[in-house]
Design a protein around this ligand. Structure first.
Ligand SMILES: [Ca+2]
Ligand SMILES: [Ca+2]
Length: 164
């Protein structure tokens, strides 16, 4: 199943591929389940597979999980979990689709992909039970639970005082 051709309710994310000459769409469809699904970002690899992240309040009962970081919804109000979806070149299938998050509201904001096809997602989480594996920091920051998602996250540096 690719990006869904049927609207799933509340809000859905969508992904669309526009022809190189701009005369039409190669594909366009929804990504989501019955609850709120929001886009965060999209990236494309060298052969044209699209990788979409965002966040969803839709459980696996309606979100099109296939294979992915996590096939079970972890909850969180109001935003649920971040999600990661890989759309095939022709848009007819989701090569994988799954959740990324813990019990809080996990947001996937941006995604990039390397030449080997590894996807890199960054976002925000208030979940102390986020599924950390290897990463810059495996514990939530005590003073601020909104640490960046540590799975291959892309960190931006903080300019030091007085720097330009
Ligand atoms: Ca939806
Ligand atoms: Ca969550």
């Amino acid at each position: 199943m690719g990006p869904d051709l049927t609207f799933n309710g509340s809000n859905d994310a969508f992904v669309a591929k526009v022809k190189a000459d701009g005369t039409g769409l190669v594909y366009a469809g929804y990504v989501g389940g019955s609850a709120n699904d929001f886009d965060g970002g999209v990236a494309v690899d060298s052969v044209g597979n699209a990788y979409v992240t965002g966040w969803t309040s839709s459980s696996e009962a309606t979100f099109p999980v296939t294979m992915g970081p996590d096939l079970s919804f972890n909850g969180g109000s109001p935003f649920g979990d971040a999600f990661v979806v890989k759309v095939t070149v022709d848009g007819t299938a989701l090569e994988y689709a799954g959740y990324l998050g813990g019990s809080g509201s996990d947001l996937g904001f941006a995604i990039a992909v390397d030449r080997f096809g590894n996807a890199y997602v960054t976002g925000r989480t208030p979940s102390a039970d986020f599924p950390v594996t290897v990463g810059p920091d495996l514990a939530p920051t005590p003073s601020s639970p909104r640490s960046a998602l540590p799975i291959k996250s892309v960190c931006s540096g903080t300019p030091s005082a007085g720097s330009r």
